[in-house]
Design a binder for this molecule. Structure first.
Ligand SMILES: *Cc1c(COP(=O)(O)O)cnc(C)c1O
Length: 215
């Protein structure tokens, strides 16, 4: 099942879109099946689960964190994390930068932007995003790479609304790319099981898929 699902999604999305498999809440045997089907990018939303998974699974997995990250947990993941997709404050970024320097690493980060109409989702507002990017503290950080943006549309069947929210994020992405000198700024992570086709239409080049892979 898992292998067939992955093959189907990969055929659908083509080469230009990166598939990150969201392994949260899945048994490690299921995750291993996705690995055996060729997946190397996996995402978890909680640090504790991520640390457990990491010990049970092959060491060449590129781990992403996609859930709200507390500053006091940063030190546990910085030694090995491939990408932190859920950066939602300058304070968090400062801690990532500090721990990264301590580990002599450069950490790939996405800034999470709040685009949904629900208030249950984390992320920077558009105003906060530009404040952060313009902040001299941010501009002096040496051990982080801002690789792009991450966002989640509202959890709704209203396709025009989803489209509008995802297009909004693409517009913000284009504006940041134009107005700031961020050499690694190339990743737009948007699209989950329910909306990845729409997200790709709207300009996504990284999708985060859980249920469509495992169910
Ligand atoms: C759970 C989760 C996903 C994957 O959701 P599915 O609907 O299972 O594909 C993607 N992104 C984030 C931030 C998530 O928390």
């Amino acid at each position: 099942m898992v292998a067939e699902n992955i093959l189907k999604i990969k055929q659908e999305i083509g080469q230009k879109v990166e598939l990150v498999v969201v392994s949260k809440y899945r048994h490690f045997e299921e995750i291993q099946k996705a690995y055996d089907a060729g997946i190397r990018h996996f995402a978890e939303n909680r640090v504790q689960a991520l640390l457990e998974r990491k010990t049970q699974l092959p060491s060449d997995i590129q781990w992403h964190i996609i859930g709200h990250l507390q500053t006091n947990k940063v030190k546990h993941i910085v030694p090995f994390i491939a990408m932190i997709q859920s950066v939602d404050s300058l304070k968090l970024l400062q801690e990532i930068n500090k721990q990264a320097a301590y580990n002599q690493r450069n950490i790939k980060c996405l800034l999470q932007v709040f685009i949904a109409s629900e208030d249950t989702k984390f992320g920077l507002t558009e105003t906060e995003l530009f404040e952060l990017l313009n902040n001299p503290i941010f501009q002096s950080m040496q051990n982080i790479q801002i690789c792009g943006l991450m966002g989640m549309a509202s959890n709704t069947d209203n396709i025009p609304q989803v489209k509008q929210e995802l297009t909004h994020l693409k517009n913000i992405f284009d504006r940041v790319k134009k107005e700031f000198t961020l050499p690694e700024f190339n990743t737009l992570s948007m699209g989950m099981s329910s909306d990845y086709q729409i997200a790709i239409e709207c300009g996504s080049n990284m999708i985060r898929i859980g249920s469509r892979v495992f169910e």
